[in-house]
Design a protein around this ligand. Structure first.
Ligand SMILES: Nc1nc2c(c(=O)[nH]1)N[C@H]1C(S)=C(S)[C@@H](COP(=O)(O)O)O[C@H]1N2
Ligand SMILES: [Mo]
Length: 252
């Protein structure tokens, strides 16, 4: 079964079981366990709460599927992005040695890390799939520094609830909850298939969130902000996707 239909099934299944009266009860349970997603106020709010709450309760500790090396896609598809600006090109000309990942918000030690800093911190790899909401996907090996290691290094406040993250090609920004931020497979990626991460695939730095759809894996990562609320971020819905009719939570 493909991930999207499985996800729909969970939502529809729960909604059908719950019935109309049950929706309010489900909503109350979701509230109590802190399972209300930030785009709850959007048009798709009630459905999003059910999907998010159901998946968070059922799959909180689950791992995204990893594949054998033989299944790595021979010709992966890079989704085209807007042309890079002059600053990006300057950094690229210098092999990205001056690229910085800024980390701020609810952390004890705000930081500004180079690729070398990240590589020196820790390294992990995974063979996982990028699945676009438009229906295509590919499998690649991703090499990088687990986000959890960076968060531990800067010291995250106990009030932290989300990590928001930003790209050079504005208005791309997104956020994940601490469940995904501290998950061992969430990777600040700087390598792909045994080489540096190519620019079309998000190089020099990309946040891979393999338990969610491709759009959460933001390319050209420049900044991470740890926060207890997303209300004052952008339009308050947790990412740019709700503006386009896609949900903030895109678990697969
Ligand atoms: N910075 C940035 N990240 C992005 C995008 C983008 O346009 N800009 N597109 C997203 C979408 S919609 C998908 S499906 C995946 C595509 O990943 P790929 O280019 O490796 O195929 O990247 C995501 N990350
Ligand atoms: Mo996508």
């Amino acid at each position: 079964m493909n991930p999207i239909s499985r996800r729909k099934l969970i939502t529809t299944g729960i909604a059908a079981t719950a019935g109309l009266a049950g929706l309010a009860a489900a909503d109350r349970i979701a509230q109590r366990y802190g399972l209300i997603p930030p785009d709850h106020a959007s048009l798709y709010g009630p459905g999003e709460t059910l999907t998010y709450a159901a998946q968070r309760l059922l799959t909180r500790h689950s791992l995204a599927r990893e594949f054998p090396r033989s299944m790595i896609s021979r010709s992966p598809f890079a989704n085209p992005v807007a042309p890079h600006d002059d600053q990006f090109k300057r950094l690229q000309a210098n092999n990205f040695s001056d690229w910085r990942l800024q980390i701020d918000g609810l952390v004890a030690h705000p930081a500004s890390l180079t690729l070398a800093d990240l590589k020196g911190l820790s390294m992990s790899s995974q063979i996982t799939e990028v699945a676009c909401e438009e229906g295509w996907s590919y499998i690649a090996e991703w090499i990088g520094t687990p986000l959890v290691d960076v968060l531990n290094a800067v010291g995250v406040s106990p009030h932290a609830r989300y990590v928001a993250y930003y790209a050079t090609d504005k208005p791309w920004w997104d956020s994940i909850d601490m469940g995904d931020a501290l998950h061992p497979q969430t990777l600040i990626t700087w390598g792909m298939n045994d080489g540096d991460l190519p620019v079309p695939f998000g190089g020099p730095l990309r946040l891979r969130v393999p338990r969610q759809l491709g759009y959460k894996s933001v390319k050209y990562l420049t900044r991470l902000t740890v926060t207890d609320s997303l209300k004052s971020f952008g339009n308050g819905l947790g990412s740019v996707e709700p503006d386009y009719g896609y949900s903030w939570y895109a678990g697969i």
